[in-house]
Design a protein around this ligand. Sequence first.
Ligand code: GDP
Length: 434
Amino acid sequence: KAVVAIVGRPNVGKSTIFNRLVGERISIVEDIPGVTRDRIYSQAEWLNTKFNLIDTGGIEIGDEPLLIQMRQQAEIAIDEADVIIFIVNAKEGITAADEEVAKLLFKSNKPVVLAVNKIDNPEMRDEIYEYYSLGFGEPFPISGAHGLGLGDLLDEVVGHFPQFEQEEVDEDTIYFSLIGRPNVGKSSLVNALLNEERVIVSDIEGTTRDAVDTHLHRDGQDYVIIDTAGMRKRGKVYESTEKYSVLRALRAIERSDVVLVLIDAETGIREQDKKIAGYAHDAGRGIVIVVNKWDTVETDEKTMKEYEEKIRAHFQFLDYAPVVFLSARTKKRIHTLLPMVQVASENHAKRIPTNVLNDVIMDAIAMNPTPTVKGQRLKVLYATQVAAKPPAFVVFVNDPELMHFSYQRFLENKIRDAFGFVGTPIKIIARRRS
Ligand code: GDP
């Protein structure tokens, strides 16, 4: 898939445009308390062409002066993207920082589409002419606030996409990746897995732009580890910066069936762990929580249970994710990991026949009758699974407004109890059907 990056000075409207282009992404749970998500990376689609979009402005580069920040943004865009959308602000004209960025982008020889934002009405269109001087050809007038001009802009962007060979995805292979703070032991765990006795490493495949893919085979199951950790060691200075690795992690998550969220038992759970886990959850992938460095913890028969409770309290939104305790260093309990990945993957891809699903829903309703709101009772007609990876269920009702969050949650729990969706989020959508 092609990658498009948005570059521009602060306040030119990058995130507004980003959100417009990304649209209503299907998020498994729209609002998870306690997880702030800066959306800097997402899928988008135009005329049946899917692509990935990066808002370089969301990549916090710290308190550097504006020009340095702009230069780093441009550098990331040049490195990561196939096409760059360079946004300037019609209300401010061309600034020194714009010219600086233009110079860098120009030198890169990447296709650059210039968008002049805040052209909020047709009378302002004449204002775009001065922007020809930036050297990127025809400037595209747009209004992020009003959603104007984006179609023409995207036509141009998509026109620059390179031809990709379709990535071959084998349906029987489980793709998984590891995410977590620096030093939680991602590389160590990959190595430990590759050296595990019962694992056959068939080949280390081609390196994608973001990750090294390694094929494994164990107990009749094929796996691919999408390893982003190895990439860091390649060199460039900014690649070791944390925000940059988030970008890589997000791309690895996108290609994964299951994501391993690593926690460091030695240093404990940090705020950053939550954020990282939030990304995986948001992407709707299967999730296994891995507590690494378990060798550093003095354990008795209660330690694991207590630790798991702590994790549950911190990661309430991951209540479906199993927790595995292990040590990449001593390899203790490492054999428990792949079987758990397999369980999560199977559940992530699971499909429930409609009749079986409806039996469960009707039993649930018999046990806990539907709520009445302002004299109107919620009526559930039937339910059906509309998607897998992750499983999504549409429940047809007389009026979706009557489906309260708590009742939806109740139905979700009943579905989970009945079908055991360990390791995967599921989504329930209420739709009107009279
Ligand atoms: P990454 O940044 O997440 O890839 O982390 P690394 O794999 O580079 O590991 C960071 C540090 O933690 C290294 O010094 C490892 O030796 C150490 N480490 C990794 N796994 C374990 C473990 O299970 N137990 C202990 N005690 N140390 C570990």
